[in-house]
Write a protein of this length. Structure first.
Length: 66
């Protein structure tokens, strides 16, 4: 899962990498989950007027819920 809710300009350059784009596809920004969670097990991501919870489970999975 790729998190796109955090604008790249809010992250340090070291937290952002880009993948080689597929043919005729826009470039995808990749953000490491450890950087996004910043040591927490859960963060709230605001997207417009909605809030989502990104949770890191004990089984090392990420769950995004509204």
């Amino acid at each position: 899962m790729h998190a796109h809710a955090v604008p790249a300009e809010l992250l340090p350059v070291s937290a952002i990498s880009t993948r080689a784009p597929a043919r005729h596809a826009p470039q995808t920004v990749e953000i490491d989950s450890a950087r996004l969670l910043d040591g927490q097990r859960e963060v709230v991501i605001r997207h417009g007027d909605e809030c989502y919870r990104l949770r890191h489970t004990r089984n090392d999975k990420l769950i995004l819920t509204k």
